[in-house]
Design a protein around this ligand. Structure first.
Ligand code: FAD
Length: 179
């Protein structure tokens, strides 16, 4: 309640201004089978994580990119009359490409929510000690950046204005001369 949330304002002031509150159920889970026959799942349908690490939709987009790349390769292949077997291979490639990153994101989100929610005494201690060791910036640099930097890129779409920060991306954006 005493935590500063802006100029001359603590959380207590913000809380007093609330119009309504609601307790939400935040689910988490990881599905082993991402596709069947001609059906494929993407996003929260396969990897649902708690939101406070901010990785959920990012990971969903990574899946979309992996799936798009695999579908594009199939569509530009010589045999355009593909059947379910070819689609299954596309779906397998999509899962293989994004599954590890999704698992890592789910793991980090799981850990982070348990620390901030004081799920047990050990997590509570970590939450109290954390700020003395650099807090969220250090946590994210050590634990989230190694996941995010592995971001998959669309392999047929150029990225004008691509930016690189002090932690470089593992994958370079596509350039038309790559074709
Ligand atoms: C409070 C909060 C904060 C978040 N903050 C972040 C963040 O900062 N960064 C981040 O990366 N992620 C964040 N997320 C996670 C992100 O919102 C989700 O990962 C993302 O919305 C999932 O997208 P999705 O399309 O996979 O699923 P959804 O957004 O859940 O979309 C599924 C859609 O399907 C519809 N649907 C369900 N059943 C049926 C049916 N039978 N027929 C037809 N339609 C159906 C639903 O109504 C819904 O519109 C946050 C989540 C929450 C709850």
């Amino acid at each position: 309640m005493d935590h500063p949330v802006g100029n001359d304002m603590v959380f207590r002031d913000l809380w007093a201004l609330r119009k309504w509150t609601r307790l939400l159920n935040l689910e988490e889970g990881f599905v082993e089978h991402w596709h069947h026959d001609r059906i494929v799942l993407v996003g929260d349908a396969v990897h649902k994580m708690t939101p406070n690490a901010g990785l959920g939709v990012n990971q969903g987009w990574q899946g979309v990119v992996a799936l798009t790349n695999s579908l594009r390769a199939l569509l530009s292949s010589a045999d355009a009359n593909f059947g379910t077997d070819a689609l299954t291979r596309v779906f397998e490639a999509y899962q293989k490409r994004s599954e590890k990153m999704a698992k890592d994101s789910v793991f980090l989100s799981k850990l982070y929510i348990r620390i901030t929610a004081w799920h047990n005494v050990a997590y509570k201690i970590v939450d109290h000690v954390g700020p003395y060791l650099g807090g969220d910036p250090v946590t994210f640099k050590l634990l989230a950046s190694p996941i995010v930097r592995r971001g998959i890129v669309l392999d047929g779409v150029p990225e004008p204005g691509h930016k690189v920060g002090h932690i470089p991306w593992d994958n370079k954006p596509y350039k038309e001369e790559d074709e």
